[in-house]
Design a protein around this ligand. Structure first.
Ligand SMILES: *Cc1c(COP(=O)(O)O)cnc(C)c1O
Length: 424
């Protein structure tokens, strides 16, 4: 069969219009990196923009706020404009600030306005726990118990959600909905447009966590009328560990009061009047709190430049080809070893990673790492593999599946304990 031969993978790489971007990244020659959905790799351009921002500190000290290649005072807005096409936002609807969880706190503090019977927040039982912790604590600040006021939509199969179940949860008691765009385990894409329409029909505000879709899947947040969104930039956006996150606020909400206010949310012209009365920015900038994390934002400039060059549609196209190829190889090569591909198969329904389930997943991941393939393990039994369009090749995918096969065939995983490490 042609598709199981290395030559075929190499042919796909030759035809790949994005192939040249691999050289833009620090790809270790002996390692196959399949973990770009946890932490994207460093690019040379991101390194360059970090050095440029360090240089403005070196050269200008305090005057770096207004001088240098990227004046710090306007740097969040510069990055926001570059990031807007990744989420389908109008100019000024995005602000690069904070971190995922802190941004969710800001957005719930701003958009959760319980009145009368409408006091509940809908989320789902499969979302990343940090999101649920944040929602619970926001409910607590309003004097509500999350056991009663946080409605978690249940999964029917433990991996995916049904949009119909989410819509069923949209009752008259619901004030706010917070959902992921792509589920972090199964990689399922939720139908953001349909859910937004359903929520708005019932006068409910709806926001999305884009951590696992930004940089990998296109969005049309403005067109779909989504109220707000938030995300991190260290996964598919390759902004580095702890990179500054992002917020989207639909322009129909401009002029609203940020729930958590601080001086960097001020109108920039007025900020340095240092008045005791805050005048918030007229756009998404109002949701900033304190001094921007310039050094944690610095890599984003170089990284987002590449996204602007390539375009998110070309990235998505290659990403789907990579994951398709990976699933096909898995079906051909791993049929004897009891893996279940637990991500949705349809291209409209799966994000940028493959989710393999196996009862020995923890130690299979340990064996993969020893064999120089970097996966990530998700408790209790999931292996995530993310072939990333900008720096992974079809040959990487082919090699990964071959190594998995060898680990299973030779039972190499049995050398390790089937337990997760502290970070997994
Ligand atoms: C990665 C991720 C987070 C991480 O939150 P931080 O505040 O950036 O640590 C939160 N939610 C989801 C869905 C994620 O995938």
């Amino acid at each position: 069969m042609q598709s199981i031969m290395l030559e075929y993978a190499k042919k796909l790489d030759e035809q790949d219009a994005l192939g040249m971007y691999r050289d833009e990244f620090y790809v270790h020659p002996d390692v196959i990196y399949m973990d770009g959905n946890s932490l994207g790799l460093l690019s040379k351009r991101a390194e360059k923009s970090v050095l440029s921002l360090l240089d403005s500190w070196k050269q200008y000290g305090i005057d770096g706020w207004t001088k240098g290649e990227h004046p710090w005072f306007y740097f969040p807005e510069t990055l926001s404009e570059m990031c807007a096409p990744l989420v389908g936002a109008k100019k000024n609807e995005v602000i690069i600030t904070g971190s995922t969880t802190a941004n969710l706190h800001q957005l719930v503090a701003s958009f959760y306005q319980p009145v009368g019977k409408r006091t509940k927040i809908v989320a789902d039982e499969l979302n990343f726990p940090s999101d649920l912790y944040a929602i619970s604590s926001q409910l607590f600040l309003h004097g509500f118990d999350s056991k009663e006021h946080m409605i978690l939509v249940k999964s029917r199969d433990g991996y995916t959600l049904h949009e119909a179940d989410i819509i069923n949860a949209m009752t008259e008691e619901v004030a706010l909905i917070v959902l992921p765009s792509v589920l972090y385990r199964s990689g399922q894409i939720l139908d953001i447009q349909m859910l937004t329409e359903a929520a708005h029909k019932r006068n409910i505000i709806i926001g999305f966590d884009l951590c696992h879709s930004i940089g990998s899947v296109p969005h049309e947040l403005n067109k779909w009328g989504v109220d707000f969104a938030f995300w991190c930039n260290y996964k598919h956006v390759n902004g580095g560990p702890g990179a500054t996150g992002g917020i989207y606020v639909n322009r129909k909400h401009f002029g609203g009061k940020p729930g958590l206010a601080g001086w960097f949310g001020s109108d920039k012209e007025k900020q340095f009047d240092l008045s005791n009365q805050m005048i918030p920015a007229a756009d998404a900038g109002a949701y900033q709190i304190g001094t921007p994390h310039i050094l944690s934002s610095a890599p984003l400039y170089g990284s987002l430049e590449m996204f602007a060059e390539v375009g998110i549609d070309a990235i998505r196209e290659k990403s789907l080809k990579l994951t398709n190829y990976m699933m096909m190889l898995m079906e051909q090569e791993l049929a004897d070893y009891h893996f279940v591909i637990a991500n949705p198969r349809e291209s409209t329904k799966r994000g940028g990673h493959i989710f393999l389930v196996h009862e020995e997943a923890a130690r299979i991941c340990k064996a993969l790492k020893v064999q120089q393939v970097i996966p990530d393990f998700r408790s209790p039994n999931g292996i995530r593999l993310a072939p990333v369009a900008l720096y992974n090749s079809f040959e990487d995918v082919w090699r990964t599946v071959q190594i998995l096969k060898k680990i299973m065939k030779e039972e190499l995983y049995k050398k390790y304990e089937n337990k997760r490490d502290v970070i997994a």
